[in-house]
Design a protein around this ligand. Structure first.
Ligand code: FMN
Ligand SMILES: CCCCCCC(=O)C(=O)O
Length: 372
């Protein structure tokens, strides 16, 4: 079956499962521990209702928007996900081509299986570089400077991963990279031959040995001191940390629970978005990722104040199913679904999406109770 026959993202995931080795599919699809937060990331969207307005002229609907000064085709961008060569032999190079064709933004994972330079060489496109801070600050600094030189437009600092979450599927599978896949950005820089075996998952052992667990707010300042690029903080889930992020000079905030792969029992990202947006008060853009699978999900996040959303697994499953064409199809699906949702909601532009377009579960119950 080709990706052109698929009509939604669940079908992409199902087909990806048949195409990938179990170890790779489980790595991409799974969350941490018993996956409460993974389910919640999706379920919380289904508890938000839409409040459409009718008899609005929607003969022309424009989903384009601006993010950090970049004009893009839609407020749907691609989150960093590691090791795309586990999904397709061309890896991140194919993903990058599809994202450029869709005219949106890619965040490249620092744990990518194609190097940041290979990805940049695919041609023009707005790309941000996601950073994990290694214990070896010299290597971390080199990564940041290489990203600048290669034309990346922002650094996305992941702040929710002092250690890798307990991904039980990876533990059971004894996750190990196949010989044709490696962490290209740090190849030759880090000595990975003598790592302590701290986990049955090679990935978790890597993170245990190499990631800097001492990372703290002072290091945000350090990062800003070594780069002129804007620094976005990815992995914020509370009002308290959102305020600290603004005080630390973050250029943007990503409300994210890492696709529910880190701490289990954190809330669905969509359920904390609005309080974070209120606390930030428009000082910097607030983005969201986690569980976005439909145009209606995108619309709901924007109505609750997001300046844009990022998708993780959907692009990887697109890649697994059909390489570059699969990722293109996934992004096209988001664009089509969002435009249809906007038309049916009586909205012609992204700027017109507002809070009155959605009703949360709490508001729904309050409305019913007030009528009793
Ligand atoms: C397979 C996989 C690999 C990931 N790798 C990274 C990574 O290298 N860096 C990072 O900051 N986040 C990483 N993430 C988290 C994503 O950036 C994003 O937060 C998450 O996937 C969003 O949820 P979604 O998959 O439901 O769209 C990864 C997620 C997945 C599923
Ligand atoms: C040392 C490599 C760790 C890669 C982690 C990638 C990631 O964030 C994930 O969720 O998986």
């Amino acid at each position: 079956m080709s990706s052109q026959e698929l009509v939604n993202l669940d079908e992409f995931e199902a087909l990806a499962k048949t195409k990938l080795p179990k170890m790779a599919f489980d790595y991409f699809a799974s969350g941490s521990e018993d996956e409460y937060s993974l389910r919640e990331n999706r379920n919380a969207f289904s508890r938000i209702r839409l409040r459409p307005r009718i008899l609005v002229d929607v003969s022309s609907v424009d989903a384009s928007t601006t993010v950090l000064g970049f004009r893009i085709s839609m407020p749907v961008m691609v989150a960093p996900t590691a090791m795309h060569k586990l999904a397709h032999p061309e890896g991140e190079v194919a993903t990058a081509r599809a994202i450029s064709a869709a005219d949106t933004i890619m965040i490249l994972s620092s744990s990518s299986s194609c190097s940041m330079e290979e990805v940049a060489a695919t041609g023009p496109g707005v790309r941000f570089f996601q950073l994990y801070v290694y214990k070896d600050r010299q290597i971390t600094t080199q990564l940041v400077h290489r990203a600048e030189d290669a034309g990346y437009s922002a650094i996305v600092l992941t702040v929710d991963t002092p250690r890798l979450g307990r991904r039980e599927a990876d533990l059971k599978n004894k996750f190990k990279l196949p010989p044709h896949v490696s962490y290209k950005n740090v190849e030759g820089l880090l000595n990975v031959n003598n790592l302590e075996k701290t986990s049955d998952s090679e990935l978790a052992a890597w993170a245990d040995n190499l990631f800097d667990r001492s990372l703290n707010w002072k290091d945000v300042k350090w990062l800003q001191s070594i780069t002129k690029l804007p620094v976005i903080l990815k992995g914020i889930l509370t009002v308290e940390d959102a305020i600290l992020a603004v005080q630390a000079g973050a250029a943007g905030i990503m409300v994210s629970n890492h696709g529910a792969r880190q701490l289990n029992y954190v809330p669905a990202t969509i359920s904390v978005l609005e309080e974070v947006v209120k606390a930030v008060g428009g000082q910097v853009p607030v983005f969201l990722d986690g569980g976005i699978r439909r145009g209606t999900d995108v619309f709901k996040a924007l109505a609750l104040g997001a300046s844009g959303v990022f998708v993780g697994r959907p692009s990887v499953f697109g890649l697994a199913v059909d390489g570059e064409a699969g990722v293109r199809k996934v992004l096209q699906m988001f664009q089509n679904e969002l435009e249809i949702t906007m038309a049916l909601m009586g909205v012609c532009s992204i700027k017109q999406i507002c809070r009155n377009h959605v009703q949360t579960e709490h508001e729904h119950h309050t409305a019913i109770n007030s009528k009793l």
